[in-house]
Design a protein around this ligand. Structure first.
Ligand code: KIV
Length: 271
């Protein structure tokens, strides 16, 4: 039987050690087996089964519609592929806001049915009781502050958060509360780089940014965005490492042409 430690898996403790050693943490989303296998073999530290699956996989305009059952399905596929990375799964909208019991039950389903290693939820002081209850059951929790897409209808826009002092002070306070409650890490989304750096310096747990500048302990991007599969999403913080949209389109056009012209299959491609 494989020994848990022999596999040199990334754990929540590894991430905290990385912060203290000054080694940056790399994190990407994945929602399926094939991509999860590729990014795990490339050495990604953390794979987030994000509720952005609602947009990226299902084509919804927000993260709100995705269900707990659907998140568990995505997480199961990712967990089956992964040998090394820490797999964190988002609690979707509606699966934890009611109360801490609701939050704990949803987290238990993710850990038990998907085999994820941790959960992530959005919010600060309003979710602290839930965070404590989930952690008391032995489930690691990652926080998420700043632009929290599950609250998009409260914010009204996807613009940069916490630019004003009042919101920035609340964010700092929320980050401290999440750390005190026992979160092993926090994601900061789309906030000023200066503020994110300050939060990272105030906390002993890792702070992972998306659109939060380089002064934090790690970075996360949505895989399909950084591979250039999505064309219409162009935030300033996004660096595209490929143009997979055009690459895939070109390949499919080539295939269609070969089928129509009867170039495919040739003699070596048949039995
Ligand atoms: O769901 C997601 O992809 C996320 C990242 C943007 C951090 O929460």
């Amino acid at each position: 039987m494989a020994n848990f430690n022999e596999l040199k898996k990334i754990t929540t403790h590894t991430l905290v050690e990385m912060k203290h050693k000054g080694e940056k943490i790399s994190m990407l989303t994945a929602y399926d087996f094939t991509f999860a296998k590729i990014i795990d073999s490339a050495g990604i530290d953390v794979i987030l089964v994000g509720d952005s699956a609602s947009n990226v996989m299902a084509g919804h305009i927000s993260t709100l519609p995705i269900t707990l059952d659907q998140m568990i399905y995505h997480a199961q596929s990712v967990v089956r592929a992964v040998d090394r990375a820490l797999v964190v799964c988002d609690l979707p909208f509606g699966s934890y806001q009611a109360d801490s019991k609701n939050a704990l039950n949803s987290s238990i389903r993710i850990m038990k049915e998907a085999g994820a290693h941790a959960i992530k939820l959005e919010g600060g002081f309003e979710v602290v009781d839930s965070v404590k209850r989930i952690i008391s059951a032995g489930i690691p929790v990652m926080g998420h502050l700043g632009l929290t897409p599950q609250s998009i209808y409260k914010f009204g826009t996807y613009t940069v958060r916490a630019k004003e002092k009042e919101e920035a002070d609340k964010l700092i306070n929320d980050a401290k509360l999440l750390e005190e409650a026992g979160c092993f890490a926090i994601v900061l989304e789309k906030i000023p780089a200066k503020l994110a750096k300050k939060v990272a310096s105030l906390l002993t747990i890792p702070v992972i940014g998306i659109g939060a500048g380089g002064g934090v302990d790690g970075q996360v991007l949505v895989l399909h965005d950084m591979l250039g599969m999505t064309k219409e999403f162009n935030p300033r913080f996004l660096r595209r490492y490929m143009n997979l949209h055009d690459g895939v389109k070109k390949a499919v056009e080539g295939y269609i042409g070969d089928v129509k012209s009867m170039d495919f299959p040739n003699e070596n491609e048949q039995y």
